[in-house]
Design a protein around this ligand. Structure first.
Ligand SMILES: [Fe+2]
Ligand SMILES: [Fe+2]
Length: 369
């Protein structure tokens, strides 16, 4: 089922000028903050901002006809995130109680079922993030994108399972690093950087010592090697090329991509199309280029509902995707190149056919003036 809505950055919502209705219920810590369908006002926007929520789905005039398709519904996503959060918090509180590997395995199987039951997969990143939950959401996102990539690599179910368990736990070592250093907004000192770079080994040791017989060696290698780089410039062991375990090479790409596209205390998220270019540009340098190309071949560059500027100066909203060219979607024009508002005319441009036009950039604004 599709909904007529789009994802917007709440900093650009202007409730005085336009009407917005919430497209999806927003919850935080299991508590509903705002219900689907509610009309947004200044106070609501302020509250969302305070809760660290920066992107929401809205139904407004320009979103008419836009269909959002998702492999994993936000409801299921947030439930899984809460499971990861709960598990990680248990480790933080008491290492001896720690993880319940049955719960981890079940979560992985749930994601796998969702992804494999949807044959028509292409990766659309969940942008409804909460900065305070970075580690949990990051872990879940990396597990999801690793699974996508594993499916593209035609891994069997057993292999996919090992890949996802390792990916879900790849940063578990960060639980043992001082949060003040992890979340430091300014530049890190050499000592602080070294401290953070211990996390693959800390995670590997924690898992080996406590769950050695409940977790496959391949999953553990992902934890240990996910920061090794193709050219040998990574850590902890400066492995290079195919000496890095293949599943860790997958995790390295998905990890970098998710980190770039999330908001951190020290920087804003990079738009998906730019993060994709970044990953591509580092193929054979930091990343396994073949795997990177495969991963990128399924990444939606401009999500439905994004406002974009075309190379002729006109502006429009991404209406639907061309599955054979995810950087050339179908656009509904909103503003002509001369600057006139033309949304009501229902003019569509298929960038697969209009070969001389391309998307120059994605606009952050949700309004067009
Ligand atoms: Fe990491
Ligand atoms: Fe990571």
């Amino acid at each position: 089922m599709g909904w007529f809505m789009r994802l917007v950055n709440i900093n650009y919502i202007d409730v005085d000028k336009y009407e917005y209705y919430l497209g999806r219920t927003v919850s935080s810590e299991g508590v509903v903050l705002l219900k689907q369908g509610v009309k947004l006002n200044e106070n609501y926007v302020k509250q969302l901002n305070l809760k660290g929520i920066h992107y929401i789905y809205v139904i407004d005039e320009v979103s008419e006809g836009i269909e959002i398709k998702e492999v994993i519904s936000p409801d299921k996503y947030f439930k899984m995130k809460d499971v990861v959060k709960d598990q990680f918090n248990k480790v933080k509180k008491n290492v001896n109680i720690g993880l319940n590997m049955n719960i981890i395995n079940n979560t992985v199987d749930d994601i796998l079922t969702m992804l494999t039951s949807n044959k028509d997969i292409y990766l659309s990143i969940n942008e409804m993030r909460n900065m305070d939950d970075y580690l949990y959401e990051h872990s879940l996102n990396v597990a999801i994108s690793c699974l996508y990539t594993g499916i593209l690599l035609k891994y069997d179910k057993m292999k996919l399972h090992k890949l996802a368990v390792g990916a879900l736990l790849h940063d578990v070592g960060k639980l043992f690093i001082d949060p003040k250093v992890l979340n430091k907004p300014s530049n890190l000192t050499i000592e602080e950087r070294k401290e953070i770079e211990k996390h693959p080994e800390l995670g590997y040791r924690f898992i080996s010592d406590n769950y050695g017989n409940q977790i496959q060696p391949q999953s553990k290698q992902i934890i240990l090697q996910h920061h090794e780089k193709w050219n040998g410039s990574g850590y902890p062991n400066q492995l290079s090329g195919e000496r890095i375990y293949e599943m860790a090479r997958i995790c390295c790409i998905c990890d970098a991509f998710d980190a770039l596209t999330s908001k951190r205390v020290y920087r804003n998220p990079m738009p998906i199309y730019l993060a994709s270019e970044y990953i591509y540009s580092l193929g054979n340098i930091e990343f396994d280029f073949e795997i990177a190309k495969l991963f990128l071949s399924k990444i939606v560059r401009f999500k439905e509902g994004s406002i974009v500027k075309l190379s002729d100066g006109s502006k429009g909203i991404v209406y639907s995707q061309n599955k054979s060219a995810l950087d050339r979607p179908i656009i509904k024009l909103l503003v002509s190149k001369e600057g006139y508002s033309i949304g009501h005319k229902n003019i569509f441009i298929d960038l697969l056919e209009e070969k001389t036009l391309f998307i120059e950039k994605q606009l952050e604004s949700t309004i067009l003036d």
